[in-house]
Write a protein that binds this ligand. Structure first.
Ligand code: SAM
Length: 213
């Protein structure tokens, strides 16, 4: 077995032990090598189950949280997904293995452009990247079957709720940025929105407006 095979096995084992059991999600996470999304000093920590720093003072999320959020979305092969918070592009790459089309948006142009270049290198052609304030969603591309917010909001942003298709699911960390937040699942029904609390999490905040980089 090569070093990469062994690391991948251990990586998948850790994901399973943290509750990621959906085989489609595990297969996607086996296929998308997290090492492609981490540059520099932290690249040898790519298979550790921890968030790591990326540029613009942001982070690539912890793999088990990426797995649990993706699993909760229960994505079908015909679904259109919006991700708010492209960051390194790792989460969007995993979503791209499960959905028909993925739109991802970050407030930092530098992160959005780097992620776009990575998607091209990896031949991931069903992802479209935008730079902008994702709390307003992407009205021209809406409605979405699934929405994933990978930065913490004080409340689920109204424009994102409005852009969720009937029967759609949104996963979003909610709470103050300097405390532990709660990951919640919002389901749009005929009667309105159902809210389920999933687990405590810690994310960087969802910030208004464009970033400086
Ligand atoms: N999903 C990313 C990945 O796979 O690497 C990790 C995302 S990181 C935890 C959160 C990201 O949300 C940051 O890149 C940050 O710039 C972005 N962000 C924060 N507020 C935003 C906003 N209003 N609109 C778009 N992106 C935002």
């Amino acid at each position: 077995m090569t070093g990469r095979d062994e690391r991948t096995l251990q990586f998948i084992y850790t994901l399973r032990s943290k509750g990621v059991t959906d085989t489609r999600v595990l297969t996607a996470m086996e296929r998308i090598d997290r090492a492609h999304f981490i540059r520099g000093t932290f690249s040898d920590r790519a298979y550790d189950d921890m968030p790591l720093p990326i540029s613009c003072g942001q982070t690539i999320s912890q793999p088990s949280i990426v797995g649990l959020m993706t699993q909760t979305l229960n994505i079908g092969p015909r679904d259109t997904v919006l991700e708010v918070g492209t960051g390194s592009g790792y989460q969007a790459a995993i979503l791209s293995q499960l959905a028909r089309r993925v739109y991802t948006i970050d407030r930092y142009r530098r992160l959005a452009e780097a992620a776009e270049a990575r998607f091209r290198e990896l031949d991931l052609h069903n992802i479209t990247v935008f730079t902008g304030d994702g709390s307003f969603g992407l009205p021209a591309q809406a409605p979405f079957d699934r929405i994933l917010v990978t930065a913490a909001a004080e409340d689920p942003p109204g424009p994102l709720l409005a852009q969720l298709r009937m029967g759609g699911i949104m996963v979003v960390p909610v709470g103050q940025s300097d405390t532990v937040q709660t990951l919640i699942k919002v389901t749009r029904t005929d009667q309105g929105f159902d809210y389920d609390e999933l687990s405590p999490v810690r994310f960087v905040p969802l910030i208004e407006g464009l970033g400086q980089d």
